[in-house]
Design a protein around this ligand. Structure first.
Ligand SMILES: Cc1ncc(C[n+]2csc(CCOP(=O)(O)OP(=O)(O)O)c2C)c(N)n1
Ligand SMILES: [Mg+2]
Length: 622
């Protein structure tokens, strides 16, 4: 039966009917809509939401933050669910750009509905409209085009009949997912149309488990059999595909060690005998040692960022070759790999079957055991140091790792914490380590943590955030308070950018501009103290300060018992840093400078850079 609805009403009605299914388990795809209203959406999407009491609406404090919340929600839900975000036109819309780029880079589905300028045009330029002298078919929303996986502008109501199914195809595709933008001109949102009733019926999008090509799989099995030093790199795809048990089984059966990217961390429990932890720039000594000599890398669900490959220096064996298991062809093909384009779970199961009697050599197995135990001793050493106050970041991480329950989630994104967590955190549950490190966006932490908690309220969520990131985006504490959502926030206050300060010193630039100090001629004055606890309290959280190890332990214990969002502020040592373990990151140094330290850094850089490699197809593949 035909239903007369506005475009906005029809959109909300359609979204409510969409579901995803993986292995027969079904759930509604959208958990509700975040937004901030302005003239560009209040009478359109706003009015439609008001009429839809069964589709929750959440008011946030900043449009960028709500996209992080949606992405955090989607990541915690293994991409089977997400949230919608609605904004007005102009600045409300462009505030979402950073969040959209983050979602697309991290391959996380988010549906963004920015308001847009009038389709009718006669009243242009409207408030907040960007004008062009060469076309009337442009608005600030065109900025979303390169950072989204699907982009459309809805000039007429009936366009949603084809646009929304395409939007859903992309959002639920494991290979293509990312930010989807439907720009909604203000007048088109309120316009009525006779929509076909079938459009609003219950719809299930089955997430497929594609199988790799049989010939290539056979070839991969031969490569694995003939490799003497194979190493698996587990990326986020392992977790999204729910392939962690299959990976654990495959690794145990073959004895092949497993290293993890940031998105893949938690794929294996740290106690698994084949787990060698983080790889790459922020990798462990164990994983980086094995990677250097490996003759075969089996990448599963990884996109090989420079942090994973140590700027393509991680693999130094002259005859190393790659097998890549990935749903996305673009990733499967990287480093001239033998591409197994397929789902991680079914591909690992097939490989396990074909390699039933295969094991790595005893020598290689004992090498893996040795580097594992050496690395574990190093983590114990760092956890056991007592240097504070101010505490070292390693102490804080060690304390948290011991204090938290296995299913508690830590959330983090930028600064020096992600690298230290990647190295030191000992994961015991697959969804307990939530790092946004594709975009490493300062400000993700609290907003993203809110989304993580919304996705699984049964878990305690601990947001670890540096003072710099906190200052960029703390306001979503108010949203958490408004929704009675409890998250635990730990602010590590080291009075500036310890990460970039360290990088600056490594580049010979002496930490220039990376500490929070009074300006007094070059940001070299006294440190500026910020009362983060008072700030958090003013936003509605309960807040405490912890100086010593024992105070921090007590504060964590007290936060767990709290029913409200709480903030613990702990001062950490700006200079007490966890070292890198045999890795390199390509950050080009000025080739000309009067500074001796820059000249020295430049020489070191020029010496190290030739270790970067290109990989070409092996003769077998021709
Ligand atoms: C939005 C954004 N701006 C800039 C950067 C570059 N950046 C990376 S880490 C960092 C400093 C982070 O400071 P803080 O949160 O205090 O963490 P710390 O480095 O002290 O551990 C900066 C500026 C970024 N990642 N994101
Ligand atoms: Mg800091």
């Amino acid at each position: 039966m035909v239903q007369k609805l506005t475009t906005a009403q029809a959109i909300i009605r359609f979204l409510k009917a969409q579901h995803t299914s993986l292995d027969g388990k079904e759930q509604p795809f959208f958990g509700g809509c975040f937004g901030i209203f302005g003239h560009g959406n209040v009478a359109g999407i706003g009015q439609a939401l008001q009429e839809s009491a069964d589709f929750p609406y959440y008011l946030c404090r900043n449009e960028q933050a709500m996209v992080h919340t949606a992405a955090g929600f989607a990541k915690a839900s293994n991409r089977l669910r997400t949230l919608v975000c609605t904004t007005s036109i102009g600045p409300g819309a462009t505030n979402m750009l950073t969040g959209a780029a983050g979602a697309t880079i991290n391959r996380l589905p988010v549906l963004l509905l920015p308001g847009d300028i009038f389709a009718r045009r006669n009243v242009a330029p409207v408030l907040q409209q960007l004008e062009s002298s060469s076309t009337q078919d442009i608005s600030v929303n065109d900025c979303f085009r390169p950072i989204s996986r699907y982009w459309d502008r809805i000039y007429r109501p009936e366009q949603i009949l084809t646009a929304l199914p395409q939007a859903m195809r992309v959002l639920t595709s494991p290979a293509e997912t990312g930010a989807v933008i439907l720009a909604l001109p203000q007048d088109a949102q309120a316009q009525a149309f006779d929509f076909p009733g079938e459009f609003f019926e219950h719809r299930t999008w089955t997430v497929p488990r594609c199988r790799p090509d049989a010939v290539l799989l056979g070839e991969a099995v031969r490569w694995i059999r003939s490799a003497t030093h194979p190493l698996i790199i587990a990326g986020g795809g392992v977790i999204y595909s729910e392939a962690t048990d299959a990976l654990a089984h495959f690794a145990a059966q073959t004895g092949i060690a497993v290293a993890e990217t940031q998105a893949g961390k938690g794929s294996l429990c740290f106690e698994h005998k084949q787990s060698v932890g983080a790889i790459g720039v922020t990798g462990t000594l164990a994983a980086n040692h094995l990677a250097r000599n490996a003759d075969l890398i089996i990448g599963v669900g990884t996109r090989y960022s420079d942090f994973t490959t140590a700027s393509v220096t991680a693999f130094q064996n002259p005859s190393v070759r790659f097998i890549n298991v990935n749903v996305a062809e673009v990733d499967a093909a990287k480093h001239a790999a033998l591409p197994l384009v397929g789902d991680a779970l079914v591909t690992l199961q097939e490989l396990t079957e074909h390699l039933a009697s295969h094991q790595v050599s005893c020598e290689y197995a004992s090498e893996i055991a040795r580097v594992r135990s050496e690395w574990n001793a190093e983590v114990d050493r760092i956890y056991g140091r007592r240097v504070g106050p101010p505490l070292s970041q390693g102490e804080v991480i060690g304390l948290l790792n011991c204090a938290l329950a296995p299913k508690d989630v830590i959330v983090c994104a930028a600064g020096s914490l992600p690298g230290d967590l990647h190295k030191l955190w000992r994961p015991r549950d697959v969804k307990a380590y939530h790092l946004e490190y594709g975009y490493s966006c300062m400000g993700y932490e609290i907003a993203g943590g809110l989304g993580v908690k919304m996705a699984d309220p049964s878990r305690e969520v601990y947001v670890l955030v540096g003072d710099g990131s906190y200052l960029m985006m703390a306001q979503e504490i108010v949203t958490a308070v408004q929704e009675h959502i409890k998250i635990n926030i730990i602010v590590l206050d080291n009075h500036g950018f310890s990460s970039i300060g360290g990088l600056s010193r490594a580049c010979g630039s002496d930490g220039f501009g990376t500490e929070y100090r009074y300006h007094n001629g070059g940001l070299k004055g006294e440190p500026i103290t910020v009362d983060f606890a008072a700030n958090a309290q003013s936003l509605g959280a309960c807040a405490t300060r912890a100086k010593t190890y024992h105070e921090l332990a007590a504060a964590i214990e007290a936060a767990r018992k709290q029913t409200r969002t709480s903030v613990i502020v702990v001062e950490t040592d700006y200079h007490d840093r966890i070292p890198a373990y045999d890795s390199w990151w390509d950050v080009p140094i000025a080739e000309v400078s009067e500074s001796r330290s820059v000249q020295q850094a430049s020489r070191t850089y020029q010496e190290a850079k030739p270790r970067e490699r290109f990989f070409w197809p092996m003769p077998q593949q021709k």
